[in-house]
Design a protein around this ligand. Structure first.
Ligand SMILES: *Cc1c(COP(=O)(O)O)cnc(C)c1O
Length: 451
């Protein structure tokens, strides 16, 4: 690994006592003009940013602006692409419509145009809203999604924002927030009831938004009741705080309390997995980001890393090899490489499946087995997580070899299946069965499950 020697060994990190608290300061679409380094950009670029930020969520904090983005490399800097709206993130016709409305300045017209454009961007991919929403005592509960037998997803209503937003976010349509211990307690009660009614559940995945935007006392209200349940073996927290706000684990007023909560989970005999979202090795460069990782690992929690493959941010094998290698050296387990979902600014970020597999394979070849634990490229789609295992030829027909690594029906998992090779396909719905089949093996059962 040519880049490995650039990685700073952990022993060089300053001691925790040296970390000064930092005030969390965040900018949203209304404060674009207050972001100092943006003043260097020309007027058109800044207007384009306003246009895109009126459709897609925009929120970035000062730590990301000052410590993660290399402003000398803008617009190519990957962290800038990850957080700041770019003109081409909207299709030209959408961009022009919203730009015209903004120039016109009529509030009702702007709102209507923005709403129409949002609706055209497939705001709820893979049936996130309609499907997999369970009931407790005959009442539908919004904050729980149960798609795969053993794992339930929980979206605490107070965790529906993030410390910064990713421009490619597939949950871009769901951002609203609130912070009240009563709400947390009510939701936690519903979750516990649901889990108890489903003995097959062993894993709880607390996600968002980002659950670590919550104060520790609210997170504790969610987690502690689960520790009493024997069936719960693993608690996962999905978060990008290690990237966007490592202070959460180091210098925030309730950082130590958060780590104490992690220790409580371990003491109760459960596995705690922090499912970290990483897109680029640069996110792990700042000393405070490494201190945060060190502190989390010290509690006995395991950090696993996942993230999508994205044009303009990380669509090359060298960055993935370095990402995975850095993770291994910092004690993080590479977990999934995702394919960007079919929503929001997908046309800007998408990478053809064939190319995604080449990047995955090329990156895997550059690292040792310890860094080859990431599965993918994987599409989170209706039937489940579909992994592209490779491209090959069977009796003269070029095909994608695929498998489900998670399935709506557990019996589908790990069965290889084939699709006609298509160099332009970027999502499962662009693929057709190969080798003379007229449907994929799971299609009939999936249709039955959905009725
Ligand atoms: C990925 C995912 C899970 C967890 O799956 P693992 O393979 O166990 O990581 C659970 N629910 C949904 C909806 C998912 O997309």
């Amino acid at each position: 690994m040519s880049n490995a020697n650039k990685i700073i060994p952990l022993r060089e990190q300053p001691r925790a006592e040296q970390w000064e608290p930092r005030r969390f300061k965040v900018f949203t679409a209304r404060q674009l003009d207050k972001i100092e380094p943006l003043q260097r950009l020309d007027e058109d670029t800044r207007f384009a940013m306003r246009v895109v930020a009126s459709v897609l969520p925009f929120r970035v904090n000062e730590y990301v602006i000052e410590e993660l983005i290399d402003w000398d490399r803008v617009p190519d800097d990957p962290i800038y692409q990850l957080t700041f709206p770019q003109k081409d993130m909207l299709a030209p016709e959408h961009f022009e419509r919203v730009a015209a409305a903004l120039r016109g300045g009529d509030k009702a017209e702007i709102d209507a145009t923005v709403a129409a454009v949002r609706e055209a961007l497939n705001p709820h991919p893979a049936g996130q809203m309609e499907h997999n929403i369970p009931e407790v005592d005959g009442e539908k509960i919004d904050g729980i999604q149960h798609k795969y037998n053993e794992t339930v997803l929980f979206f605490p209503s107070q965790g529906q924002v993030c410390h910064s937003y990713c421009t490619f976010c597939f949950r871009w349509a769901q951002f609203i927030g609130d912070n009240d211990l009563k709400i947390a307690t009510k939701e936690a009660g519903q979750l516990k009831k649901y889990v108890q009614a489903h003995p097959e559940i062993t894993d709880i995945l607390i996600t968002g938004g980002d659950p670590l935007v919550m104060k520790t006392k609210n997170l504790r209200a969610h987690i502690e009741p689960l520790l009493e349940l024997e069936q719960v073996r693993t608690i996962r927290i999905g978060s990008k705080a290690l990237t966007f706000w490592p202070q959460r684990f180091v210098s925030d007023a309730d950082a130590d309390d958060l780590l104490a909560l992690f220790r409580e989970v371990r003491a109760a005999g459960k596995h705690l997995a922090l499912m970290a979202h990483y897109n680029h090795w640069r996110e792990m460069e700042p000393a405070i980001a490494r201190e945060a990782i060190r502190r989390v690992r010290e509690t006995g929690a395991q950090i696993r890393a996942q993230g999508p493959l994205l044009a303009h941010i990380n669509d090359n094998a060298e960055d993935w090899a370095r990402l995975w290698q850095t993770q291994v050296e910092l004690g993080i387990v590479p977990y999934y490489m995702f394919v960007e979902r079919d929503t929001g600014a997908r046309h800007y970020f998408e990478v053809p499946l064939a190319r995604a597999w080449e990047i995955y394979r090329d990156a895997m070849q550059q690292v040792s087995g310890l860094a080859r634990t990431a599965r993918g490229p994987s599409m989170s789609s209706h039937p489940g997580k579909v992994e592209i295992q490779g491209v090959t030829e069977i009796h003269g027909e070029k095909v994608f070899v695929l498998r489900l690594i998670q399935g709506r029906n557990a019996d589908w998992v790990q069965r290889p299946f084939f699709a006609k090779y298509n160099p332009d396909a970027t999502w499962l719905n662009h693929l057709e069965p190969a080798l003379g089949e007229d449907r994929f093996f799971f299609e009939e059962e999936l249709a039955a499950l959905e009725n």
